[in-house]
Design a protein around this ligand. Sequence first.
Ligand code: ADP
Ligand code: MG
Length: 681
Amino acid sequence: MDLNNDVKYVKGVGPNRVVLLNKLGIYTLGDLITYYPRDYEDRSKPKLINELVDGEEALVRGFVTSKMLELKVRKNLAIYKLIIRDETGPCTITWYNQPYLKKMFTVGNEYSFYGKVSRKGNRVEMNSPVYDGGDSQKNTGKIVPIYPLTFKLSQNTLRQIIENGLKEVDNQLEETIPEYLRKNYNLLNINNAIRNIHFPQEFSDYKNARTRFVFEELLGMQLALLKLKNQYTSEKVGIKFDENAKMSDVINDLPFRLTKAQLRVLEEIDNNMESPKTMNRLLQGDVGSGKTIVSIIAAYKAVKSGYQVAIMAPTAILASQHLESFTEVLNKYGIKCKLLTSSVTKKNKDEILEELQSGEIDILIGTHAILEDNVVFKNLGLVVTDEQHRFGVRQRSKIAAKGKNPDVLVMTATPIPRTLALILYGDLDISIIDELPPNRKKIETYAVRSSMTERVNNFVRKLILEGRQAYIVCPLVEENEDIDANSVIELAEDYKNNVFKDFRVEYIHGKMRPKEKDEIMQKFKDGEIDILISTTVIEVGVNVPNSSIMVVENAERFGLAQLHQLRGRVGRGDYQSYCILKYNGGSQVVRERMKIMQDTNNGFIIAEKDLELRGSGEFFGTRQHGIPEFKIANLFEDMPILQTVQALAIRIIDEDPELEQEKNKELRKIVDKKFGDRIEI
Ligand code: ADP
Ligand code: MG
């Protein structure tokens, strides 16, 4: 038994099913058995027919009282009806288009049925149930796992394949949690747990099994984080910046007054900077809360203390935007800022590198290009990374290594609930700007059905005629970026040639070369484009104050936190701004989510709700690098376990920083195998 074996060797998996399994991310035997159920159905406890409640799914047992009735309603529709009875009354069982069922039942025999009940008064029916005859327990009589599935692969099939997989594993899984921990925390051993999570006898079985795997997953993450933190902050003595380089010099010169929150955060940063300890601070603030100016003021202090500053942004557009902001404020103090991105010409770059090394450049602003080895500072004292979730710990430490324990300020607009932030960013102190600058107009948000397109378009037209600009955002249709690009291009062509043909319409998507994207963004900033159609590439930090409306297509496909980020692209100027969320589908959750977006502009509230409604897996999604995706843990539901595990991880790492002790050898494996490469905080 080797967990790395290709899943195609599992019994019941033929060439077609391999493809379907791969689509679910199942490639190996190990993937298969750790494809955990999302829910369970209790098909173990039969109910009496007269107890059945309309709408519920239930198990009944009854004797067949008459022959199956076949009703050919239309050419393509045949209905099959079977009457059964238990001691409390009759129930009609209905199936559609399944002629083979005619042969399956014998009058007078007893069968079990599990399915959805419909009940009107005393008339009880069950539609398309699964069933078993006699004592068979193939489909009923037990608790059945429900897997997250897409089309084409049925629950039954996957269930069978997983069962076969478990047979192959045959209780031979190697334990991954040390015995002393399993004892102390009352955790199931791995072989029991894996069986019980798929095929529990009792509901408590699955709960216990799940707890064990959640514990393991979160403990692995916490240990990995703490190990990283130890690695990067072992030398604590950093720079003590000059008390006479006063932040207030800049603050008093600004054309606006800082908010209370900005001032408080600056004081926290100032204290860190003047202390000899290295600053590692996370600055969280909603979109538009004014994080940039905070970093500018911190940079001023560093430069006036005789040090250089590096500012890292995730995209070239943002970097050049920062250059503008920094230059605008700091120019008059004789501070020299330069931009370094991958599109800087060789000649220019050589010049920049030289000036950087000689100390002529005070502040270098750029993208990942700054990380390259030939970028050498004379005296790097402060590192600022913007939009944190795009950079990982490793990158942060790589840039920090260009100085001698420089202070680090990490800025993010990804609103993470505070409880969670404290745990996930355990290695950083946290500052929060929880207030927007005054006089910000609330972005008016409307969730409308897609059928309202014409009215929405008229509204967009009206605003453009008033001189504003518009964003139209399309979702990622699939993982496949080609399709993604096509949907944008198609929509753009349609708008260009029809509805908005009298306007300047352009599109931008993730597959374009960075240079192309930058050019289009620049044109949009310069007001040469009226309507910019895009995927979420504009999500981060772009500042075009003249754009006052954003239309989001298929808003139901976005996470709330992401919608909120997107929405932050408008409302950055003096104009009343609007966000129109066009959605399809009317499920309760969709409507609830749209309503939250309409009702609040507070990113932190939205993040909490999003987490609650969608669970952590989707909340953090694949886009938000930085926080590992969890296979089973849900950071919302599993907060109590996370808290336990965090305290435990601290104790373990304090005692055994490298996890070298014999009793922790399993833990070292978890950390190396599962989190070694993935963690990017
Ligand atoms: P974000 O936190 O999203 O990065 P920015 O730093 O880009 O926000 O700030 C958004 C805008 O608000 C900028 O144009 C900035 O100059 C302005 N701003 C920042 N602080 C204040 C303030 N206290 N009063 C008025 N405007 C401010
Ligand atoms: Mg910003």
